[in-house]
Ligand binder design. Sequence first.
Ligand code: FAS
Ligand code: PHB
Length: 394
Amino acid sequence: MTHTHKTQVCIIGSGPSGLLLAQLLAQAGIDTIVLDRQDRSYIEGRIRAGVLEQGTVTALEEAGVADRLHAEGLSHSGFDLAFDGTRHRIDLAGLTGKSVMVYGQTEVTKDLFDARTAQGQTFFFNVEDVVPTDLKSDQPSVRFRQNGEDHVITCDYIAGCDGFRGVSRAAIPADVLRTFERVYPFGWLGILVEKPPVSDELIYANHARGFALASMRSETRSRYYIQCDVDDKLADWSDGRFWEEFATRLGPDTAANLQTGASFEKSIAPLRSFVAEPMRYGNLFLAGDAAHIVPPTGAKGLNLAVADIRLLSRALIAHYREGSDHHLGAYSETVLRRVWKVERFSWQLSTLMHQFPENSPFEKKMQRAEFDYIASSEAASKAIAENYVGLPLE
Ligand code: FAS
Ligand code: PHB
């Protein structure tokens, strides 16, 4: 026996992309069903992004889930770039009139889950064998299994919000899909520690031994990263080794303020730049990590996903409210124009701030020269700042 369901928009994935889309559509009276192969506690347990662009804050306000963000988030008006101990502050507020909000992706996800649960909206967690079908028809469907039982959802549209390793992108025929990728020759080792941050603002540091990032989740909880080898294992990195390496890369003046302690979360993430085109096939629309990945250096992954969702929700609402399919028709072209600009910034900052094993002495000199240029040029600093606070939606 197959359980049958019907909805207007079937959303595959309940990470930030899927949850925000569901919430924005619910605000417009559009019915959705959300599927995920994990459950809520697993999804909330994933420690990821920490910096929200103003556009992301606006989207969360429009979704009616920004109260805790405004109560607990930290507004930051600048951050530091550092090279071998020399620091240069990128004055976001002075250069762009904007700031960013430090508020963990985990918290954003919790706020979105709470909102959807409060509305009694439909989730299917711990699903398996999800298969989007009939994408070119006006009645696409999504088949899946849950607890050993078969289900099928018929809908008007499918939103592929299932991340880099989901099934939506793979549902686009190979002769239609084009992918572009750069895999970086290093990863990021990240920790969470219940200690006050080493600095009031974020510090991105390039040191001869590698990149380091000092971030935070609150005034008492710090989030720190160091560049590590792609084949490093967590077992290779005791807290003691992490602290020694992190302090070295920050430099003695900054490290003098460092409060160390036992980490309560530690993970290694690979770094890649990736884009899949097109982001629409028939009535399947891709959004977020299902369509693109950026190295976290520019703090763009979550924010880029939110920008996709702002454009996709606008297009779907125009369809249902006004019968206009203009934005749906333009979605892939519109969203990809911005995706590539954000990919560029994330790639540029990653190239500037990391030690590349293959870099010649000349290329290392070019990195230092670019840092010195940014530090001495308001125009160059403004270019960094306007990308960091978030490019216009389109
Ligand atoms: P997500 O991957 O968050 O969510 C996809 C959801 O789809 C998941 O819940 C998954 O369970 C589900 N799914 C997958 N396959 C499915 C299937 N077949 N059926 C049903 N459901 C399925 N960004 C930053 O801005 N700053 C950072 O510091 C940062 N750090 C990161 C660290 C790591 C380890 C990773 C992986 C990413 C990081 N990112 C960071 C990027 C990250 O924040 C993403 O951009 C963000 O999670 C994108 O959200 P979604 O598009 O919803 O994808
Ligand atoms: C984080 O706080 O997790 C964070 C902040 C900025 C980045 C990446 C990660 O660029």
